[in-house]
Design a protein around this ligand. Structure first.
Ligand code: IVH
Length: 740
């Protein structure tokens, strides 16, 4: 472990040295406490940790006047369980669709034109902005005063970090502009683009750290004996998510504003004028932003920004295009949590050459065998890469990747790094082709490849421990139940010690607290003994301390589990890991059926292909026959049924929020469109209906509430009439949705 310059004998320290050393120790100990108690990933051995505390105590004994108010010796046990207050975003914080080549950008603009039904002459102006590689935040201003700052979180709910954001100099505490034209005072809203400050406005943008600031911070981290950050983005995120805003204040964070959240009045007609207004209010906006007249201009701007990338003093990873007109943005809306009116055009991936040490074949949740390359660590675009995916058996064969080869690895954005090719000229003489296993490396069952499938799968199913562990990890993972502190290590430990075999067991852990604490304490002891042995030193920390620490870590875990005993139905459905059911489908199902319990019931009925339940399932827009089959199979499986009933006995479900509008006349209604609409394209009509809470189905059935009949309607209109369903003309439809 690094001890830094302060490791003088305690007896030799001068008073100023002692003071500095106590500050350093307080910071270090707090840091390691957090890793240990809250994140379950201690980074130093217990002996080293004890040495820090002993040194702190010895210095305090020699200089009692210097004992700090936040001294580790005054703190008993772990800090309160991690966690910031959660904030629900008034308007969700969306992510962006990606494009990796010009072709996809052309497609994007074509899609926009089609959706809006634009004629050949009509131009679509777009704003091009660098995509800043930081973390997005939302800043809420009421009467021009900064009142609430939040991270993006999952887009719906983020973490409250107001105090921390207040320390960022680029974030104005008060909006400049003429307060007089506030709607509240004059009784009239200020005109879009006017000079006033709205009653309520949320400004969104990116918090980032410049590269020079990042290097300087890492140097300080190293000197303080702390772990450096992997890249400027991690440094920015780590600095913002600090319990103590004073720490954030000491980190040089910056901010660019680029989007609008909630606003009490219209603030602009276009993104370009909105950016102008942001500057007027006192926000920094990116100086490289350009207004492009057409898609060719966009691509030109992309190349210009790309050419300047290396010389910028902050990281960017692409260019974002946004449809300029706000009314068009409004009409385009969003799909799967990304706006239809914006696109991120990413820069090409960065590459590096390194040695492939070993190929490991892992077993996934569905039994798929996936090859992973273990690499000699290498930096790719500023991030250390140790492992990369090799995709599947055929890819290994096609590239003839072998253990011991020098390989080219590539990393693009957040995706898992991949091995792209082999440097064949430098292949070791004794190398041999990789033989992909035909049995599961974990349970030894046959691993078979179905006709037309790229993946080989373990046939062990329920008996394969690797699959069971992966299912549990998926269940508690970030997009599933998101149980803080229940990571891979604990899942492995609990599974193999028999404490958790299926999801429901997680919720009965607390009732078995004594067993759990014992298992955790023993595991920690083994781990630290191993670490000590590796260093050739005997173990020092006593069994009492081990037990106390295990107890603290476990009680934090119980609290996190308790927190999720009520869970939104869509998360729960997704967490089950049903084949082909991703987050979007899970949300669709949760909205349609209301709860997992109801879904399970309906799927049992739907097993009969002639049933009403099956027809209802098949008529949900977005559910095709493959998904329907997977759902029915999953809920028909007796093991899954038992598992579910035990799980539902432990959990309470919360409904998914109705999309946009509870009071809307369309909420919960099933709508079918037929014929041609004159005022909007079919995708737009569908999006508008969904925004108002309707489900849009492709065909008419008795479950249909409403049929909107456009020009030249055919058989669907006839069927609606036969079934005596309510039909609307286009004019009536427009009146209903408030668009006429
Ligand atoms: S606009 C509704 N503009 O990219 C659109 N995002 O992949 C909201 N980002 O979460 C985003 N620079 O963190 C926008 N100029 C920019 C951006 C930008 C970086 C980030 C942002 C967002 C992510 C989406």
């Amino acid at each position: 472990m690094r001890r830094g310059p302060g490791s003088l004998a305690v007896a030799a320290l001068s008073e100023p040295e002692a003071k500095a050393e106590l500050a350093r120790l307080a910071q270090m100990i707090a840091f390691h406490d957090r890793l240990y108690y809250q994140e379950n990933r201690p980074r130093i051995s217990d002996t080293d940790y004890d040495a820090l505390r002993q040194r702190n105590a010895a210095i305090e004994a020699r200089f009692p006047a210097l004992v700090r108010s936040d001294s580790p010796s005054r703190r008993v046990g772990a800090p309160p369980a991690a966690g910031f207050t959660k904030v629900r975003h008034a308007v969700p914080m969306l992510s962006l669709g990606n494009a990796f080549g010009d072709e996809e950008v052309l497609d994007f603009v074509a899609r926009v034109r089609r959706f809006l039904g634009l004629s050949g002459e009509e131009r679509v102006a777009l704003v091009c902005e660098p995509k800043i590689d930081g973390l997005s935040v939302s800043l809420r201003y009421e009467k021009g005063v900064f009142v609430l700052g939040a991270t993006r979180g999952d887009g719906t709910e983020g973490e409250e970090v107001t105090a921390n954001l207040m320390t960022v100099a680029d974030v104005p505490e008060r909006l400049s502009g003429e307060g007089r034209s506030l709607g509240a005072k004059t009784g009239a809203p200020s005109a879009p683009g006017g000079k006033g400050v709205p009653e309520v406005i949320e400004v969104r943008g990116e918090v980032y750290m410049t590269k020079p600031a990042f290097f300087a911070l890492n140097e300080r981290q190293r000197q303080a004996g702390e772990e450096p950050f992997a890249n400027p983005r991690n440094a920015a995120a780590g600095s913002l998510r600090q319990k103590d805003a004073a720490v954030t204040a000491s980190r040089p964070l910056r901010f660019f504003a680029y989007a609008l959240g909630e606003a009490s009045e219209p603030v602009a007609h276009s993104h370009w004028t909105f950016l102008e207004r942001l500057r007027h209010w006192g926000f920094p906006t990116n100086p490289l932003a350009r207004l492009a007249d057409n898609v060719e201009d966009c691509l030109k701007t992309y190349r210009e920004i790309e050419a300047r990338r290396a010389r910028l003093d902050y990281d960017i990873d692409g260019v974002v295009y946004k449809v300029n007109r706000f009314d068009w943005q409004q009409r385009l809306g969003e799909v799967s949590r990304a706006p239809r009116w914006a696109l991120a055009h990413k820069f090409p991936a960065e590459q590096a050459v390194t040695r492939l040490e070993r190929i490991e074949v892992q077993v996934g949740r569905t039994g798929a065998l996936t090859p992973v390359a273990h690499l000699t660590p290498v930096t790719v675009g500023g991030v250390v890469v140790r492992r990369a995916t090799l995709h599947n058996e055929d890819e290994i064969a096609r590239k003839d990747v072998r253990e011991g080869d020098l390989v080219v690895v590539q990393r693009a954005g957040d995706v898992i790094p991949q091995v792209v090719s082999v440097v064949v000229e430098r292949r070791p003489k004794d190398s041999h082709r990789f033989r992909f296993p035909h049995t599961c490396p974990v349970c030894k069952s046959h691993a078979v490849r179905e006709e037309g499938e790229a993946l080989r799968r373990c046939t062990g199913g329920l008996i394969c421990p690797a699959q069971a562990v992966e299912r549990l990890r998926h269940f508690v993972g970030r997009d599933g139940l998101d149980i803080e502190g229940l990571g891979e290590a604990y899942i492995q430990l609990f599974f193999h010690s028999g404490l958790v075999r299926e999801p429901a067991d997680i919720f009965t852990l607390e009732a078995r607290a004594e067993d759990v604490t014992r298992v955790v304490a023993e595991w920690r002891k083994r781990q630290s003994a191993e670490r000590q042995a590796a260093k050739g030193r005997p173990q020092t920390a006593g069994p009492k301390r081990k037990k106390d620490e295990a107890y603290k870590s476990v009680s934090n875990l119980f609290a996190a589990i308790e927190n999720r005993r009520r869970i939104r139905s869509d998360r729960l459905i997704y967490a089950l890991g049903i084949r082909h059911v991703g987050q979007t489908t899970a949300r669709l199902l949760a909205r349609h059926y209301g709860s997992l319990a109801a879904l399970a019931e309906a799927m049992r009925e739907a097993a009969e292909p002639e049933s009403e339940a099956y027809r209802a399932l098949a008529s949900i827009d977005g559910i095709g026959p493959v998904v329907a089959r997977a759902l029915i199979d999953f809920f028909a499986e007796p093991h899954n049924r038992k598992l579910l009933s035990r799980l539902l006995a432990e959990l309470g479900e919360e409904p998914v929020e109705a999309p946009a509008a509870a009071g809307s006349p369309l909420a919960g209604k099933t709508v079918v469109f037929t014929g041609t609409l004159a005022s909007m394209t079919r995708p737009e009509a569908k999006a508008r209906a969904e925004k108002l809470g309707a489900k849009v189905a492709g065909s008419v059935s008795r479950k249909t509430d409403l049929v909107v009949v456009g020009a030249d309607a055919g058989s669907k209109a006839k069927k609606a009439e036969e079934l005596g369903l309510k039909t609307l003309s286009e004019q009536q439809w427009l009146r209903l949705i408030g668009g006429a």
